[in-house]
Design a binder for this molecule. Structure first.
Ligand SMILES: [Zn+2]
Length: 350
């Protein structure tokens, strides 16, 4: 009986059956494991999708979407850019940093570094932004995005010599650098620690005479540091382009002899209420309305407010800056007077 059993086990047919059984069990286990994994994965994906719908994606979700779910790189970048538009720069930085660890292709790495540099720049971390852009230039010296950002960073950090070097590099890449050179020259004069205010104002004024893009920057400087030079040359300025500066001048800081020689200045200061009966009307709607109010027996709380509109991107800004804070274009903000309630001068706060 025992011999028969041994014989049975040695039967080749039994051996084949045993092997088939083992293979079947192994396949079944693998199949079940795969189904389990897929179920888990679907569950995770549903959770992720729910977070996406709720707008609460976490930083690691982005890398997950890229490395596990193979969502295209451009789509991930587009999703992450929503943080930038919402002003959540730190979140954007975390996403870019997390993605940098997973992305292998040099082109995508370069794009991510550009975005990271920009996010640091927008959050005011200029030193970090500078480091990122310098890193990009090491392997991609003709990267214009990096060069243009470095120009702004060096200007903001008062590193004018380095800014000039960047302009040289941009010029070699056929970029128009005229306005940037002019502005850099102006900044270098203003920040020169040795030149006197008088020399600085004369040099700035001479620059304005050859390039009236500098009108507001120079008028602002002269009003602050050399009112005499400003009033002596008031006819060189277009009063309506610097109306906010003129509007907020104190009565005693105004050269009334010069005002008497100019119709537009008489209109502005009649509208302001500094002088009466000098101008009865104005071709400018806002000035005309204010002059009418000043002559009316009904006293209304009416004043001029100012906002600044960029000629390039058309965005408005409450404070004047030489460079548009939205599109970074130079000398593109123009002053727009508006009738409104009396308010404080925002420009006096900066
Ligand atoms: Zn702009």
């Amino acid at each position: 009986m025992l011999e028969l059993e041994i014989l049975d086990y040695r039967d080749p047919l039994i051996g084949v059956i045993v092997i088939f059984t083992i293979v079947f069990i192994a396949s079944f286990l693998t199949y079940s494991l795969n189904i389990y994994k897929e179920k888990q994965s679907r569950k995770e994906y549903r959770k992720l999708l729910q977070r996406f719908e709720l707008g609460t994606l976490k930083e690691e979700d982005y890398t997950h979407l890229y490395s596990t779910y193979n969502l295209p790189f451009d789509s991930i970048i587009l999703l992450a850019s929503t943080f930038i538009y919402e002003g959540k720069h730190n979140k954007a930085i975390s996403v870019y940093l997390a993605l940098l660890e997973h992305v292998k292709e040099p082109v995508k790495k370069e794009e991510l570094l550009e975005l990271l540099g920009n996010a640091y720049f927008k959050s005011g971390l200029l030193q970090r932004s500078k480091d990122i852009y310098l890193k990009i230039l090491k392997f991609s010296p003709r990267n214009k995005i990096a060069l243009k950002h470095l120009l702004l960073i060096f200007q903001n950090l008062n590193e004018y010599n380095r800014a000039n070097e960047v302009l040289d590099a941009l010029e070699e890449l056929d970029e128009d650098t005229i306005k940037e050179r002019t502005y850099l020259n102006i900044l270098t004069i203003i920040d020169d620690p040795i030149l006197s205010f008088e020399t600085k104002s004369t040099q700035l004024f001479n620059n304005f005479i050859v390039d009236n893009n500098l009108e507001r920057v120079v008028a602002n400087y002269l009003i602050k540091f050399n009112k005499e030079l400003f009033w002596n040359n008031i006819e060189e300025f277009d009063a309506m382009k610097i109306i906010d500066y003129l509007w907020y001048l104190d009565f005693e800081d105004i050269d009334w002899e010069k005002v008497n020689q100019s119709d537009i200045l008489k209109e502005i200061y009649s509208a302001k209420g500094y002088i009466l009966d000098e101008a009865k009307q104005s071709e400018y709607f806002e000035l005309n309305a204010l002059i009418a109010v000043k002559h009316s027996p009904v006293k209304a709380q009416l004043d001029l407010n100012f906002e600044f509109i960029c000629r390039k991107c058309k965005k408005t800004h409450p404070i004047f800056e030489a460079r548009c804070p939205h599109c970074s274009d130079l000398f593109s903000l123009v002053v727009e007077p508006k009738l409104g309630k009396p308010t404080i001068n925002l420009n006096s706060l900066v």
